[in-house]
Design a protein around this ligand. Structure first.
Ligand code: XLS
Ligand code: NI
Ligand code: NI
Length: 441
């Protein structure tokens, strides 16, 4: 198959030029082929491009329409426009050197007048995606269904008070699972933007949560019945578009999964900006998921500390990403997950070239953070400090506590005998300086 390279004619494939380079359209830290622990860097980082932001984003916001007009968005037949757009997207994936992409069903193909027509449109674009994947080697990190944009989902999808909407959502996810499988998707994501409430006045919270739990079981059952082997992921977010989403953060997601017996089937897709919207740090969400053995994948972006919504910016904060990477590497990595740039250009960044600057910045920041985090873990100073901090649980009565071999009676005897415990410094400032030395040299 011939790949059309007409869409970014002035930009050639982005290559690694090294940290000293001052070229804008080159990587300074992301060196995809560099072998680390026997695997190339691109296999460690598994970067993915989010189709919705990078190829459907127009720059619109609640105060004004889109500003971004792509040269390939021309023509009157929406299915052929979708094909050309996909050609442009795969040219971009290849030129930026991302091994993966992610999409919602409705990102890649237009809705028809009926569900059947919509599915036919989807089939045509999935066939095209299949060809493009084969021709370029780009793979699908995850698929998902858009259960939040269409007005029918305004009161929720699986949590809609109307069972007919639940059925419609089920039909949509059934199809999305089929196409994700067909395209070799390694994961399948549920993000419940409308699975929550705007007011409790009209909401039966318990029934809605039961419905959502049931819906996810139906999805898992169907996926297994068609032989889909990918990992299921839940992507928590506290709010936006609903006032209160049921999968608020990782901790409430874990409670939800365990309540409905779904924890064997799901892991978490953690998004940086969702973490901060929930009042957590990115690293906190990673640690909570990792502690439960449920760390799955990352939606890589950043919020703005001065704005209270999901601004989905490209993250260039190497310190924040280094701390996240330390936690990810400590947890043993992301398995079938990856780093998906669920991030969009700012409204005035209207040129196709801006897509390259944005992703180069994001990929370089992650690559640098990855290298620094590996150094931190290899040096072992941070790990040794933390290990030493808990050393009293490694022997004697501390070990008995961890092993569940003690009682309040015994512990009272020990407390009476040993008297007042010493005050030991947590050394936070020392540790912050230590991290700063790794990050800034
Ligand atoms: C929105 C979410 C969404 C999911 C996929 O805030 O991040 O983009 O990643 O539905
Ligand atoms: Ni996301
Ligand atoms: Ni988001």
């Amino acid at each position: 198959m011939k790949t059309n390279r007409a869409h970014f004619p002035s930009i050639s494939a982005i290559t690694y030029a090294g940290p000293a380079s001052d070229q804008a359209l080159a990587f300074r830290h992301y060196n995809p082929d560099e072998i680390i622990d026997g695997r190339p860097m691109n296999a460690h980082l598994r970067f993915s491009i989010a189709y919705w932001h990078s190829f459907r984003g127009t720059g619109s916001d609640p105060f004004g329409p889109g500003t971004i007009v792509r040269p390939w968005e021309k023509g009157s037949d929406p299915v052929s426009v979708a094909r050309t757009r996909m050609d442009a997207a795969f040219e971009f994936f290849q030129k930026i050197g991302a091994p993966f992409w992610c999409f919602h069903d409705r990102d890649i193909a237009p809705e028809g007048r009926t569900l059947a027509e919509t599915n036919r449109n989807l089939d045509r674009l999935v066939a095209h995606a299949h060809d493009l994947q084969r021709a370029t080697g780009v793979r699908l990190l995850w698929g998902t269904a858009n259960l939040f944009a269409h007005p029918r989902y305004m009161n929720g999808a699986a949590t809609n008070p109307d069972a007919q909407v639940f059925a419609h959502a089920a039909a949509q996810v059934k199809k999305a699972l089929e196409i994700t499988k067909e395209l070799g998707g390694e994961n399948y994501v549920f993000w419940g933007g409308r699975e929550g409430y705007d007011t409790l006045l009209n909401t039966n919270l318990k029934r809605e949560q039961d419905h959502l739990g049931g819906f996810l079981h139906l999805a898992v059952d169907y996926a297994r019945s068609i032989g889909f082997k990918g990992q299921f992921l839940i992507e928590p977010k506290p709010k936006e578009p609903t006032k209160h989403q049921y999968d608020f953060d990782v901790a409430s997601g874990i409670a939800f999964l365990r309540t409905y017996g779904l924890e064997k089937h799901f892991k978490f897709n953690i998004e940086t900006n969702h973490a901060t919207l929930a009042g957590h740090s990115f690293q906190h969400e990673i640690e909570v998921a990792a502690a439960a053995g449920l760390l799955g994948s990352i939606d890589a972006n950043a919020g703005d500390p001065l704005l209270g919504w999901d601004t989905d910016q490209f993250n260039t904060d190497v310190r924040e990403l280094t701390l996240a990477m330390v936690s990810i590497l400590r947890a043993g990595g992301l398995g079938s997950g990856g780093f998906n740039f669920d991030a969009k250009l700012r409204r005035p960044s209207v040129d196709p070239e801006d897509l390259f600057h944005a992703h180069i910045g994001g990929m370089d920041a992650y690559a640098l953070a990855f290298k620094i985090a590996r150094r931190i873990l290899a040096d072992g100073k941070l790990e040794a400090f933390v290990r030493e901090r808990y050393a009293s649980y490694d022997t004697g009565f501390g070990r008995d506590i961890e092993a569940g071999r003690t009682s309040f009676r015994q512990l009272e005897k020990i407390a009476l005998k040993l008297g007042e415990p010493a005050h030991r410094s947590g050394r936070q400032e020392y540790l912050e300086n230590l991290i700063a030395r790794y990050v800034h040299g």
